[in-house]
Design a protein around this ligand. Structure first.
Ligand SMILES: [Zn+2]
Length: 465
């Protein structure tokens, strides 16, 4: 159990927490805070004040670092709520431990000879974990992080196709974007690609979205949960339960209204004490994530499982009720699925939620799908045309990126460039009909945006009266 109240705690876990506290005392952040902590019993642990993200920011660049800089191999940071960064330092063993845990947990996914398409952005820790998993014998990694010009989406699809990649790791949007590009090229993602597993994390991934991705791709979805500060927190089992990685972290799920443990089925605040990090160990970090504590999983794994609902700062109030990002995305994905679509976008307006769904489908009852998840709240469903929310044509026009050169020999055949930037990047020239279509779509989008902004101004005036 993640939140055993008192003496129930496993002595081994208490010993692991003691080790973390011991380590953490070497960092500026915790040297004073933990000076007098003896941890003879678990109750004393629960008396340690929570560490907030703001504490991490205030601690400064090296505030969380508990070992000498010459033992560190990896730096990561995230921006706090106010935009200032908080900093995390990791040793090579910290990273290796995370990678080993993931691979051991999923031996059928990560194995010698399996091709792993690594689409996590380079600065995100999972990008490095996937590379490490491969180096530890878990497969062949293709470092093809997205959000960088040398591997735009169409190139990623091409790479996956011609290498016969079986695993794709990345953000939850990855399979959706790639499927749209594949379909536009006349490919069937399920038949024409070898991908059998998506390893996805970094954004809400409700079951309805997982099932949709699985149907479109004929592949399994595994959810990955973690953060820059805590590193790996858990992965999902075949029953879609996200099990916490209890060997690496001690998790408490506290009620929203008090510091008591949340009951099973309830939403609580996730508090994490790292057990597997030497570089920047954290004691009772309030992650700012809201999670639902789930009952025992039918898969037989007795480690606790949770549903990650999103950041507490991202909670949305509509019709006097509060919704987490997960719940909105779940409803939107269900509505899109009812219209046989994977492409949707939600706009929160003062008086309603506007669900925009790209679809050609006639019929279907998206409203019912939304009501099933969110109850009776004011909504609007807008069916939009192909490429209006996710412009595949525009994505496919991504630039060619070359190695920077400082000399171009115009006497030879091939590319003749006359500047550094021209040498590095070549933007494709749109054809005339392409240009026309792009123009029409952007005009349509702009008109819709103007109408919504006008509506917002009227609503603001009414409420300020
Ligand atoms: Zn399970």
């Amino acid at each position: 159990m993640p939140t055993d109240s008192t003496s129930e705690i496993d002595p081994e876990v208490l010993e692991a927490i003691r080790t973390t506290v011991e380590r953490a005392r070497h960092s500026p952040l915790y040297s004073k805070r933990l000076r007098d902590v003896k941890l003879r019993e678990f109750d004393e642990f629960r008396g340690i004040p929570l560490t907030t993200r703001q504490d991490l920011v205030d601690a400064g660049l090296h505030g969380t670092r508990a070992v000498a800089l010459d033992r560190i191999c990896h730096y990561g940071e995230t921006s706090g709520t106010t935009g200032e960064p908080n900093s995390i330092w990791l040793t090579s063993e910290d990273l290796a431990r995370n990678a080993r845990t993931i691979a051991q947990r999923h031996p059928d996914v990560f194995a010698p000879g399996r091709i792993l398409m690594n689409r996590f952005p380079f600065m995100a820790a999972p990008a490095h974990l996937i590379q490490l998993i491969a180096q530890q014998g878990g497969g062949v990694a293709i470092p093809a992080g997205n959000i960088n010009w040398d591997v735009p989406f169409p190139r990623a699809l091409e790479l996956a196709q011609h290498t016969g990649a079986q695993v794709m790791a990345g953000l939850p949007l990855e399979p959706i974007v790639l499927a749209q590009i594949a379909l536009a090229q006349g490919l069937d993602p399920a038949k024409d690609l070898a991908i059998d597993t998506f390893f996805l994390g970094g954004a809400p991934l409700p079951p309805v979205l997982q099932k949709r991705i699985e149907r479109v791709w004929g592949a399994r979805v595994i959810e990955l949960y973690g953060s820059t500060e805590t590193m790996l927190l858990g992965t999902s089992c075949p029953f879609r339960s996200l099990h916490l990685e209890t060997g690496l972290v001690h998790c408490e799920i506290l009620r929203l209204d008090s510091d008591d443990p949340a009951d099973i089925g309830d939403v609580g605040r996730l508090i994490v004490t790292t057990l597997g990090i030497e570089g920047s160990p954290l004691v009772r970090l309030d992650t700012g994530d809201r999670v639902r504590r789930m009952p025992a999983c039918a898969c037989g794994d007795d480690r606790p499982s949770i549903v990650v609902l999103g950041r507490e700062n991202d909670v949305i109030e509509i019709g006097n009720r509060l919704f987490h990002p997960y719940e909105i995305i779940e409803a939107a994905a269900a509505a899109a699925d009812a219209l046989d679509s994977s492409v949707f976008f939600t706009v929160v307006m003062p008086d309603r939620l506007l669900f925009r769904i790209e679809t050609e489908h006639v019929g279907g009852d998206p409203q019912a799908a939304i009501r099933e998840h969110l109850g009776d709240i004011p909504i609007e469903v807008e069916r939009t045309s192909q490429n209006s929310l996710l412009d595949v044509e525009q994505l496919s026009r991504s630039p060619s990126v070359y190695k920077p050169v400082l000399v171009s020999d115009w006497r030879r055949p091939g590319r003749h460039t006359m500047s550094v930037s021209q040498g590095m990047i070549e933007w494709p020239r749109p054809s005339f009909p392409e240009l026309g279509r792009l123009l029409i779509r952007s005009l349509r989008g702009a008109a819709r945006g103007r109408r919504l902004r006008r509506e917002l101004r009227v609503a603001e005036k009414t409420t300020s009266r």
